[in-house]
Design a protein around this ligand. Sequence first.
Ligand code: ZN
Length: 235
Amino acid sequence: MVLYRNNGICPKCKTNKKIFNQSYCKKCKSIYRKEYYLKYKEKEKQNNLRYYSQNKDNLLKKHKTWCKTEKGEESIKKSNKKYLNKPKTKLRIKLHSQKPRVKLQRWQYRQKNSSKLLRKNNYYKRFNQDPEFRIRIRLRSLLYISLKKYIKNGKVMKSKKYGINYEKIIEHLKPFPRDLSNLDIHHKKPLFYFKFIKPNGSPNLKEIKKAFAPENHQWLSSNINRSIQHRILLK
Ligand SMILES: [Zn+2]
């Protein structure tokens, strides 16, 4: 090891004394470090950019499929919520809605779509007042959610095409308990016992019809329902 080269004077600036055991003085060393860091940061950035531009299609495809996974959906929902809850965003939305141009646009939209909006309004009214209507929607979403898990290619068809009759299910669920808020519509034989998809990938209509037969539905407290599912999954 060569110590005190140049009589202990920094070879770079040639004025300051260098640090013991180091090649440069304190000042030069810190400048050198900063430069080194920036250089590699820039390099890293460029590497990333190059990698992105070379694999753009693949990466976008990967991202798209990730967005559709449960994990991806959850994380997107989370980040959206976080963004919308920021005071800055809230203020921006508020200010945006107060602009005359935006106000006019909204007024025009309401004028143009009055019948559509009325229908929407009636939907909410009925949803709040008619329990049968609400249950029908719950059944529909239940069917959609559970079939969507299995049908990966193609759309989920309307219930009639699967031979599912909501009216009969609703009749079976009558009389409705008084408080529906803590109750779930539960399948006596859990849905994962059924094979909704044939080996060739097409939907197995017989099994779907069996799973959504009126007799397979019952009211159950949400907590119990969850614990039963949990127990079945654990077994
Ligand atoms: Zn120096």
